[in-house]
Design a protein around this ligand. Structure first.
Ligand code: PMT
Length: 220
């Protein structure tokens, strides 16, 4: 039986991609499957936490023992996450939130009448940066950073700018890392400059190690 080390704690986890539509049948997205965030939510629930999982579109079924909230766009995710974060002791943003959305979504399917089609994109809110600005006393905020270059430098910049306690730097250039796979390759960076490098592990094992690390932070 898993020790109930998160009993009495409220944990909020985000997962999956967002879909940003430009007509009723087309949208901008990324390859996130939700596996990393779902593994984290399930592990927190096994440790006795009361868990809310906010996920973009994915084919994964709702995990047992927690509450799953299904959303589509970044702005939907922001609304739900912001409300649930008010009460959360721990927030982990594993979602791959689309940084941009089409400025307009056509009400009907766009016809292919023209040789070229230009879609103008506008910035989406940065959900995690918003949580960092309104961080509650004692709340632990954990982000992910999916990078293709300057892994530690870029992740450290996000850790500081978004006012996080930990960031999981996800090296997308490594085999077995990142989107869709059952494994991941990450470095865990803390706000005190500590860097822990993990080998290629299953997303379930990464979830266990990350929650162990977070629990040790809570005791600081
Ligand atoms: O879902 P899987 O297939 O298992 O893949 C896992 C994963 C690769 C999606 C995951 O491990 C991961 O790296 N998630 C973060 C991906 C990402 O969007 O990283 P980022 O560097 O763009 O964002 C930095 C942080 O800010 C993230 O915690 C992100 O959730 C958050 N963010 C980003 C943009 C935005 N508008 N709002 C946010 O809150």
């Amino acid at each position: 039986l898993t020790p109930q080390t998160l009993q009495g704690k409220k944990v909020l986890v985000s997962a999956g991609p967002t879909w940003e539509p430009f007509d009723p049948v087309r949208f901008i997205t990324n390859p996130s499957s939700g596996k990393m965030g779902f593994a984290l939510a399930a592990e927190a629930a096994r440790r006795g936490a009361s868990v809310d999982l906010v996920t973009g579109p994915t084919t994964l079924p709702d995990p047992a023992g927690l509450t799953t909230h299904r959303i589509t766009t970044a702005r939907d995710m922001e609304r739900v996450v912001r409300t649930l974060a008010e009460e959360a002791h721990l927030v982990i943003m594993a979602a791959a939130v689309s940084d941009y959305r089409p400025e307009e979504a056509a009400p009907h399917k766009i016809k292919k009448d023209d040789e070229e089609l230009t879609i103008r994109l506008v910035r989406n809110p940065d959900i995690l940066a918003g949580l960092g600005k309104n961080k509650k006393p004692g709340q632990i905020l954990v982000g992910f950073a999916a990078e293709t270059e300057h892994l530690v430098r870029n992740a450290t910049e996000k850790l500081q700018r978004k006012n996080l306690d930990l960031i999981v730097a996800n090296d997308l250039t490594q085999p077995g890392a990142g989107f869709r796979s059952d494994t991941n390759v990450v470095k865990v960076l803390d706000r005190f400059g500590g860097v822990e490098e993990l080998p290629c592990l299953s997303k379930e094992e990464i979830a266990r190690r990350l929650l162990d690390r977070i629990e040790s932070l809570g005791a600081r």
